[in-house]
Design a protein around this ligand. Sequence first.
Ligand code: 5GP
Ligand code: MG
Ligand code: MG
Length: 199
Amino acid sequence: MKTIKLHDKEFKPFISEQQIDAAVTKMAQDVANDLGDEVPVFIGILNGSFMLVSDFVKKYPKPCEVTFIKLASYEGVKSTEDIQRLIGLTQDLTGRTVVILEDIIDTGNTLHEIHRIFKNENVKQLVIATLFYKPEAYKKDFKLHYVGIEIPNKFIVGYGLDYDGLGRDLPAVYQLKTTQHMTNLVLFGPPGAGKGTQA
Ligand code: 5GP
Ligand code: MG
Ligand code: MG
């Protein structure tokens, strides 16, 4: 794996296809073991979860249903709150075991929205499974039932996750590169600083 460039930024290899495969396999097996004879409805949150859901359900060893929803921000609405519009929830979920499949949980704001939406759906249980999780960024108390891989609070792309539209197609995950130059600036100030060069 090599460093890649998307738009103006460089990303370095971070999580390999093999590591992702192992994490997805384990999550699918754990969910299947815990749910017994229950036939779950897996709900992927678009766009980011499309690759995870495809791989996850292929590894899920029992009958299941699969669908997707999308949370889209209203455009042209001025609000400090991030107002979300729900697209795609057409199925009656009364009494069903719903398993949310998320690509990544960061602050937990999206998860908060998901809980608000499913509160009105009379589901039997709402289970949360996420492939990636940033514990340092998470600000909510909602339980995460299944976590694939915990990662530091740094921006990643690949395996469904994008940087301004690019990178979703990558089969592995890359992390935003902090250049040596930038690190030096933060740690030591700009080149020449402290050497008596000021006028
Ligand atoms: P949260 O609502 O938990 O803060 O973040 C959820 C959404 O933010 C994710 O579904 C994803 O779209 C985006 N996000 C959070 N962290 C990252 C990241 O490291 N990389 C990318 N590409 N998107 C992220
Ligand atoms: Mg997501
Ligand atoms: Mg995105």
